[in-house]
Design a protein around this ligand. Sequence first.
Ligand code: PMP
Length: 374
Amino acid sequence: MSEYWNSRVCSITPYIPGEQPRDKTLIKLNTNENPYPPSPAVFEALQKIDINRLRLYPDPECTDLRNAIASIYGVRREEVFAGNGSDEILAFAFGAFFETPPCFQSGSVKGAENNKTAHTVMFPDITYSFYPVYAALWSLPYREIPLSANWHIKKRDYFEPSGGVIIANPNAPTGIAMQPEDILEIAAAQKHHNAVVIVDEAYSAFADASIVPFLSGGGHNNILSVHTFSKSYSLAGLRAGYAIGSANLIAALERIRDSFNSYTVDMLAQTAARAAVLDRDYFSMTCEKVIATRERISSRLNILGFEVLRSSANFIFIKHPLLSGADFFMRLRENGVLTRRFNKPRIQDFLRVTIGTDNDMDIFLELCSRSLNK
Ligand code: PMP
């Protein structure tokens, strides 16, 4: 706290990113990075860059990258936005589509008289923990809707009047996916309130459910699908993401970006991300490898008596009746395996474990059974 901080800085509670340890010997299963290297096409494209061109600003429109993404999905370039990681796009989207009511101090809205305000943004109580942070930054009221007892998002909860909805699909940290058809129903209900539904598809490449194929034809013009290069494209260090939606939604994101920083995606990132997205074979191969490892490890953990939520992502969310989350986390860490734990009601005994290489996961499994035999 400082006398120079304004009230906004004083009131926000920033997101805490997963640890990036300097100790490179740790097996890092804590931030859902991909254990495989980026496509060889990325190496090639970066090698070909004329370093002299770094004198110049990058293309603010990210034209080549957006064209490449548009060609993969069969949409128009005007329906694609490129950003500096999907976190940035989500931050812009909160600013572009959700409304701050006059004289509102941001925060969670509770209580009968307030809980159906037309301005209130809705998202699950257990989801990506950046959402309440963006809401606070933009001074938005929000409502956290409890997941069901079996950790599912109940679509009917999101039919109510709102100022907008954001859903991670698959959800994080549960890994559980919703059917795209259920999201379409939410979007149809929200359309009556002129509200946008943001679908954060950071992990959709590891599921068989993306909303994007349903977006063409313009029928669902209040849905924005947000993606990242950090997970399925093995480019977390690059900072690149994209969104797909109607040209009107994309134009709104551009208006926010150009009121902030027109050049958020640098030249190296545009080049590397374009090469990655065009290498479909490599993308499919690495996603399939991660999925196969996820399935193998999930069933082994089941045999050891773990509760493993049905994951459609590149991580699993697990707990064991004989282990407290805090102890289990520490025991793994002391033995060189870093996972992620969220100290929140209902999930404090779970660990979120990123799917690593088969070798990493075998070491992890061995530690799990040792933890149980102690
Ligand atoms: N959405 C979800 C659900 C995530 O887990 C993450 C990763 N922390 C992101 C978005 C952000 O990804 P990035 O900014 O690396 O694109």
